[in-house]
Design a protein around this ligand. Structure first.
Ligand SMILES: Cc1cc2nc3c(=O)[nH]c(=O)nc-3n(C[C@H](O)[C@H](O)[C@H](O)COP(=O)(O)OP(=O)(O)OC[C@H]3O[C@@H](n4cnc5c(N)ncnc54)[C@H](O)[C@@H]3O)c2cc1C
Length: 382
């Protein structure tokens, strides 16, 4: 997130961090690990009141941000979520709310109102299409569409009341492969033919599932139509997912770095603090540099998304590749710095490691995003 915040943003940041520290301290995070949903509805409703789900939605659609730069404000919340390994579907709900907020038709205004209030949760079944790997198909029928395919892993699918699903129309000539443009639907979670199969999750409080669509009948009214072509909307959804993810990684790594430095000053080895040994100072210096660079990249990405900058897709992939790689490395290094205690589940480190590893591998690994950067660069050079 931005290092220099306005007074309003600083207040928003302090309020969010204080709320998470009070309502969901680490002991509560541990307790929620064995709860089905991973978060409590009352907690999420309070988050809605604090504005967690409104920041990417224009005021005309019921949303609003602290500074007028909703993407940057959202990184403040995501950073706090990382620092507190907080529960709750921050990423999918914001991706869906932003999409419905862009859909000027008002066709899904009731669903959007529920998301903004924190009364309901929605998730995004479409990351595969954003990464060019989507296999969900939609076929036109007399009164709408038939939908078939699988989306996995989908965050908070079992806890969501609505699914934003991306599919590719198969309305082209079979000789040309049969594939048409992308289309998006907003489906109620309990629609006939939709199966949600919970998956084991590394992150202790976030829940993921495999969602299957088996010949689901979808009315034409379920289509989500923004002003932009759906392919651009899907790209925008990926950008929002990546910036939330990057800010979460930064918040988590920064917190771990803070308590590891504290530990290195407190822990004595051969009569001196661990922090006084040069071999460890070098490692801390590397970590600090990775953190600062990750901060800078995440801020740049948030600003570029906010401004609709031309090179934003490249910045997004560079950010995911760098932050995903180096901050996972940082967490592993901090485990080494803690010696044996970094390995025990009694220590908080493993909660952070699980969050960071989960973020690193979803919506494209660092390797996937390095490949995207290469493809974008090759496209620009052609
Ligand atoms: C639950 C548990 C089970 C364990 N089981 C085993 C076991 O089965 N067998 C076993 O042998 N041990 C075991 N251990 C001990 C564990 O291996 C040690 O804790 C570990 O080797 C780190 O030692 P330390 O705690 O003294 O680390 P610290 O002295 O606190 O050091 C922390 C980090 O700083 C590094 N460091 C310290 N001093 C310096 C220096 N001068 N220069 C550069 N780096 C430095 C260390 O390498 C380490 O990475 C266990 C510990 C726990 C908590």
């Amino acid at each position: 997130m931005e290092l220099t915040l306005s007074d309003d943003q600083q207040f928003f940041c302090d309020t969010t961090r204080r709320f998470l520290a009070t309502e969901c301290p680490i002991a509560q995070v541990r307790a929620l690990a064995s709860a089905d949903a991973g978060f409590e509805p009352g907690y999420w409703r309070q988050g809605g009141e604090l504005g967690w789900t409104s920041l990417l939605v224009p005021e005309s659609a019921g949303g609003g941000s602290v500074s007028g730069s909703g993407v940057i404000d959202l990184t403040i919340v995501a950073d706090a979520f990382g620092r507190h390994v907080a529960p709750g579907p921050l990423l999918p709900t914001n991706v869906v709310a932003a999409t419905l907020g862009r859909d000027g038709s008002g066709a899904h205004a009731d669903v959007l109102a529920g998301l903004l209030a924190g009364d309901t949760v929605a998730t995004w079944c479409g990351a595969e299409h954003a990464l060019g790997e989507g296999a969900t198909r939609a076929t036109r029928t007399a009164d709408g569409y038939r939908l078939s395919g699988v989306s996995t892993p989908v965050e908070a699918a079992a806890q969501s009341q609505s699914f934003l699903v991306t599919a590719r129309l198969d309305d082209k000539d079979p000789a040309e492969g049969g594939l048409g443009p992308l289309v998006q639907f907003l489906l109620p979670a309990g629609s006939d033919g939709v199966t949600v199969e919970p998956l084991a999750s590394l992150d202790v409080v976030r829940r993921f599932a495999r969602v299957e669509f088996a010949d689901v009948r979808v009315p034409a009214s379920a289509v989500v139509a923004g002003d932009a072509p759906v392919a651009d909307d899907v790209e925008q959804q990926l950008l929002h997912a990546l910036v939330i993810q990057a800010a979460t990684l930064v918040g988590a790594a920064e917190r771990v770095f803070e308590f590891t430095v504290e530990w290195a000053f407190d822990r004595y080895s051969f009569g001196r603090p661990l922090a006084s040994y040069q071999a460890l100072k070098h490692r801390f210096a590397d970590m600090k540099m990775w953190l600062e660079a990750s901060h800078a990249l995440t801020s740049a990405l948030a600003r570029e998304i906010q401004d609709g900058a031309e090179g934003v897709h490249e910045t997004a992939s560079v950010t995911k590749a760098y932050v995903g790689h180096h901050l996972t490395e940082l967490l592993h290094d901090c485990i080494q710095m803690h010696g044996g205690i970094g390995l025990t589940t009694d220590h908080d480190l493993h909660l952070y490691l699980r969050r960071v590893v989960t973020e690193r591998s979803s919506f494209g690994t660092p390797a996937d995003h390095r490949r995207r950067v290469a493809v974008l660069a090759a496209g620009a050079a052609a």
